[in-house]
Design a protein around this ligand. Structure first.
Ligand SMILES: Cc1cc2nc3c(=O)[nH]c(=O)nc-3n(C[C@H](O)[C@H](O)[C@H](O)COP(=O)(O)OP(=O)(O)OC[C@H]3O[C@@H](n4cnc5c(N)ncnc54)[C@H](O)[C@@H]3O)c2cc1C
Length: 403
C-alpha cells in the first residue's frame, strides 16, 4: 500500500500558497502554517511573467488572474528626460504574463486552498528532524509531526536557520518608494494598454505598471540610499523627498509623483546564493532560499517555479525517497535561481547608469534583455519531469547491471 506523505509548508505568502496548490494537484497531502492572523497586505503590484503564468494556468488559476490582473503588453523604456530607448514585447514566449495587485492575488490563492489546510497564527519557532519525521514547534505552543517541511517563510526565514545556515541580508544600496494611483488620474496613461513604463538613468529608475484590471497604476521609484536603510516593506515615505529625487525628470514621472496620496519605503535587499537548501526532510523555497532584487520582477515567479518543481519530484515518493528527492530539487533549482539573482543585480545597475554613449547603453541593454528569453521562456514543470525520467532510467540501467 502506498504511504500518504504529509507535507508542511511554513509561510502563506505567494511562494507557500502556490507550493501548496501544485503538489495537491498531483494528489499530495499539504498543510500551510502562516504566522499572521489573517491576510494582511499593503497595496503594491507584483508581476506574473510567462514562466509563472504557464504553471498557474495548469492548475486552473489563470481565469482568476485574468479577472484581477492587467495583461502585460510590453515594456516602454525611456531616458530620464523621456526619450524612447526601447519597446520590447515581454510575451515573446507565446504565454501571456500579468501584473496583479498583491493583496488580490494572495486572496485568490487563499480562496483556492481547501478548507482546513491553511492555519493562520502559526509562527514556526523550531524544527527538529529525526530519521523518520520532523517535529515542528509553533510559538502558539502547538507541535506538529510531519514527513516533509518546506520553508516558504521569506527573506528572514526561520527554517533556513534551523537548517544550520547563517546568512545576512545584503543591501543593494537602493531603496524604493511605492504607491498606487487611480489610472484615470494620469493623463499620460490613457493609451498605454497594459504596457509597463520605465524611465532610467541618473542613478535612479522609475517604473509604472497597471494592476487591478487596469484601474490602478502601481509605481515603484528606485533611489540611492545609505547601506543602513531599513529593510522593510511598509515604512511610510515622504512625498516631498520622493519629488526631490526626480526633479527635472520627464513630465509623466512628475505627474505620477504629484498624484500620490501616500508612499511606502522599501529597502532593497537580497542574500548571496546559499551553499545548500535541503537537509534530509527539510528544504527551502522562494525568498527563504533565494531572495532577489526586484529589477526583473522574478521574485514571485521563481518561488512559483520552486513549488511546481517540488510537486513533480515528490509525486509518488515514499518516505525513504524524501531526502534524495529534496536534494534533486535543490540541484535542479539552485543554479537557475543563483543566476537570476545575479542578473537581477546587473539589470538594476544598467537601469541606474547614465550613459554618454547611446551605443554602449544599447549594447548592454541587448545583453541583459537577452536574459529575459531564458528566464521567461522556462518551463519548470517540464524540466523537473525530464530530470525525473532521466534519474529513473539511470536507476533502471543500474538495477539491470546489478542482476
Ligand atoms: C509585503 C511584501 C511586498 C513585496 N513587494 C514586492 C514587490 O513590489 N516586487 C517584488 O518583486 N517583490 C515583492 N515582494 C517579494 C515577492 O513577493 C517575493 O519575492 C515572492 O512573492 C516570493 O515570496 P515568498 O512567498 O517566498 O515570501 P514572502 O512573500 O515573504 O512570504 C513569506 C510568508 O511567510 C510568513 N512567515 C515568515 N516567518 C514565518 C514563520 N516563522 N512561521 C510562519 N510563517 C512565517 C510571512 O508572514 C509571509 O506570509 C514583496 C514581499 C512582501 C512580503
Amino acid at each position: 500500500m502506498s504511504e500518504q506523505l504529509q507535507i508542511a509548508i511554513i509561510g502563506g505568502g505567494i511562494g507557500g500558497l502556490t507550493a501548496a496548490l501544485a503538489p495537491r494537484a498531483r494528489g499530495l497531502n499539504v498543510t500551510v502554517f502562516e504566522q499572521a492572523g489573517a491576510l494582511r497586505e499593503i497595496g503594491a503590484g507584483v508581476s506574473i511573467h510567462p514562466n509563472a503564468a504557464l504553471l498557474l494556468q495548469r492548475i486552473g488559476l489563470i481565469d482568476g488572474i485574468k479577472k484581477i490582473g492587467s495583461a502585460i503588453a510590453g515594456l516602454l523604456l525611456r531616458t530620464s528626460l523621456g526619450e524612447l530607448i526601447n519597446t520590447s514585447a515581454l510575451t515573446s514566449t507565446g504565454v501571456q504574463g500579468y501584473n496583479v495587485h498583491r493583496a488580490e492575488f494572495l486572496k485568490l490563492l487563499i480562496d483556492a486552498q481547501p478548507e482546513g489546510t491553511l492555519h493562520f497564527n502559526h509562527r514556526l519557532s523550531a524544527a527538529k528532524e529525526t530519521n523518520s519525521h520532523v517535529q515542528l514547534t509553533f510559538s502558539n505552543s502547538e507541535a506538529v509531526d510531519t514527513d516533509i517541511v518546506i520553508g516558504a517563510d521569506g527573506i528572514h526565514s526561520t527554517l533556513q536557520r534551523e537548517l544550520g545556515l547563517k546568512t545576512y541580508p545584503s543591501s543593494e544600496g537602493i531603496m524604493a518608494y511605492r504607491g498606487l494611483i487611480p489610472t484615470g488620474q494620469l493623463s499620460w496613461a490613457k493609451n498605454i494598454d497594459g504596457a509597463m513604463s520605465m524611465w532610467i538613468g541618473k542613478g535612479r529608475s522609475f517604473l509604472c505598471y497597471p494592476v487591478s484590471g487596469g484601474r490602478l497604476m502601481n509605481m515603484v521609484a528606485f533611489v540611492p540610499t545609505n547601506l543602513n536603510a531599513e529593510e522593510s516593506w511598509m515604512t511610510p515615505g515622504d512625498l516631498n523627498a520622493l519629488g526631490a529625487e526626480y526633479a527635472g525628470w520627464d513630465d509623466p514621472v512628475l505627474e505620477t509623483i504629484c498624484a500620490l496620496d501616500q508612499t511606502f519605503r522599501w529597502g532593497i535587499y537580497d542574500r548571496a546564493p546559499l551553499p545548500y537548501w535541503s537537509t534530509g526532510r527539510m528544504t527551502l523555497l522562494g525568498d527563504a532560499a533565494h531572495p532577489m532584487v526586484p529589477h526583473l520582477g522574478q521574485g514571485a515567479a521563481q518561488a512559483i517555479e520552486d513549488g511546481f518543481t517540488l510537486a513533480v519530484l515528490l509525486q509518488g515518493a515514499t518516505r525513504k525517497d524524501v531526502p534524495r528527492q529534496l536534494k534533486a530539487y535543490e540541484k535542479l533549482r539552485i543554479e537557475r535561481t543563483s543566476r537570476i539573482q545575479a542578473v537581477a543585480r546587473e539589470a538594476g545597475r544598467f537601469y541606474r547608469a547614465e550613459y554618454e554613449n547611446a551605443s554602449e547603453r544599447d549594447r548592454l541593454m541587448g545583453k541583459w534583455m537577452s536574459a529575459a528569453g531564458w528566464i521567461r521562456g522556462h518551463d519548470a514543470e517540464q524540466t523537473a519531469e525530464e530530470a525525473l525520467l532521466l534519474a529513473r532510467n539511470d536507476e533502471a540501467i543500474k538495477a539491470s547491471g546489478d542482476l
